[in-house]
Ligand binder design. Sequence first.
Ligand code: SAH
Ligand code: MG
Length: 208
Amino acid sequence: MAVSLPIDVSLVKGFLADDEADALYRYGCVQAANGALLEGGSYCGKSTLYLSQACRDTAPATAVVYAVDHHIGSEEHQLGEMFHDPELYNAEEARFDTLAEFRRNIRRAGFEEWVVPLVAPSEVCAKHWQTPLAMVFIDGGHSLEAALSDYRCWAMHIQRGGILAIHDLFTAPEEGGQAPIAIYRLALASGLFEPLERVNSLGVLRRI
Ligand code: SAH
Ligand code: MG
């Protein structure tokens, strides 16, 4: 299924392959009718656009996606690191900052009524979190500490039958960091989740 968005998504900066985007949209459509969606790691809003399109198409009056990101980038986005983008560097404040670009993309798509940006570290957003979640997409920091923290912050709030999707699963260390797959394995080992599907580097699990 190829979903088309209101804006040209090829112009949106981000880290999401087309097949992964379609899978996010597909699961988002099923889950948006059951409860809130949440993503940890929005960057410039690419994944947010697919999840909010699912909200709009499925349950426009009630569906919502909480988009968690402190917007100062992960380790690999910082000045001098491999995935640094100079266009997203705020020289005046001497820091990487994706918030303006994120807001611009959501606004241009006309998706503001389905997106709640939570601009703070995951751990801060999760402090008093009580809302059950129908779908959680984890695509935040790639250090083991960051990935474990996202897992601990959000997985426990997924309601029965809900979805946990984790991005950047690489089986071989040569392909990429091992933190996302470590939390994927942790979720399986907990006995609380069953594997549903692997799409490219996206792993999809269901809360039993
Ligand atoms: N989902 C995005 C890509 C996310 S990149 C897309 O579709 O393109 C990872 C993001 O995680 C970065 O924007 C970074 O700022 C954010 N991030 C990393 N660690 C975080 C933390 N502890 N809390 C909140 N956001 C974090
Ligand atoms: Mg990713």
